[in-house]
Design a protein around this ligand. Structure first.
Ligand SMILES: NC(=O)c1ccc[n+]([C@@H]2O[C@H](COP(=O)([O-])OP(=O)(O)OC[C@H]3O[C@@H](n4cnc5c(N)ncnc54)[C@H](OP(=O)(O)O)[C@@H]3O)[C@@H](O)[C@H]2O)c1
Length: 250
């Protein structure tokens, strides 16, 4: 398969790209950091095409995908892994930064729907394609400080399900992967604006999910028979679970 993986420069996207190439697929890896994509190109060679796109620069998404070289041409793309995304801050809504909110909406929602909108007509024309969106447990369960991040991931979940509603009858699969706590990525470092101590503290004493667990899930979904659609799949490490409702007493 020829697979577009957004957010390929690090974290989940890096491991997804690596595993898919190991399993014989070709990957177009999208991210902003050219140097990181170049390192991946060095590692994965001809099966990998680095594509620098800032997913918040919406106009450039179609232009860059439509200018891919022959071996990676847009009409040959079989799957899209919409993984690029971020959480910014963990402050309560009244203290959160509006800029952070807008950046999460621009990346996690507007970037994701834009690249989907660019590729969908090709999938429909070929009557074939798989879209795997990276949601989060934050889209299913509220927690303090998740405010807009959780809102963007709830959007991603509902968008995924609604895509299937529109695509019923086509061989186009849509899955929302909803991971819980996962270490080994830059997620918390980005969330805490580069504060390594705060980021490390999130995973201290916890065996979290690994990015390899997520890559294996993507690989499994892609390998399923064409008629099977996994609507949504939620994963957590055994050390993470649910809490009761928060009742504040006088
Ligand atoms: N880690 C977790 O615990 C966890 C749990 C649930 C869901 N998720 C979701 O999983 C996805 C990947 O997270 P991760 O943990 O792998 O985080 P990560 O290590 O920070 O990776 C995020 C990736 O997204 C890319 N990205 C961010 N903004 C971008 C933009 N404007 N344009 C293009 N690429 C952009 C980054 O590349 P550049 O910086 O090079 O652009 C990077 O490759 C996210 O959608 C996240 O919300 C993570």
């Amino acid at each position: 398969m020829l697979v577009v993986v957004t957010g390929a420069s690090t974290g989940f996207g890096y491991h997804i790209s690596k595993l898919l190439v190991e399993h014989g697929h070709k990957v177009i890896g999208v991210a902003r950091r050219e140097d990181k994509l170049a390192e991946l190109k060095n590692e994965l060679k001809d099966q990998f095409y680095p594509l620098v796109i800032d997913m918040t620069e919406l106009d450039s998404i179609a232009t860059k995908l439509e200018s891919l070289p022959e071996d990676f041409k847009i009409d040959k793309i079989d799957a899209l892994v919409n993984n690029a995304g971020l959480a910014l801050g963990l402050a309560s809504a009244d203290k959160a930064s509006l800029d952070d909110w807008y950046r999460m909406i621009d990346t996690n929602i507007k970037g994701l729907v834009t690249i989907t909108h660019v590729l969908l007509p090709y999938f429909v024309k070929n009557n074939k394609g798989t879209i795997i969106n990276m949601g989060s447990v934050a889209g299913n369960y509220p927690y303090p400080g998740a405010n807009v991040y959780g809102g963007t991931k709830a959007f991603v979940e509902q968008f995924s399900l609604n895509l299937r509603a529109d695509l019923a009858g086509y061989n186009i699969r849509v899955t929302n992967i909803e991971p819980g706590l996962c270490g080994g990525t830059e997620f918390s470092l980005v969330r805490f604006h580069g504060d390594q101590n705060k980021a490390d503290n999130v995973y201290d004493g916890v065996k979290a999910l690994s990015p390899e667990d997520i890559a294996n899930t993507v690989d499994w979904i892609l390998a399923l028979p064409e008629h099977v659609n996994v609507n949504r799949i939620e994963l957590m490490p055994v050390m993470q679970s649910f809490n009761g409702f928060n009742v504040v007493k006088k």
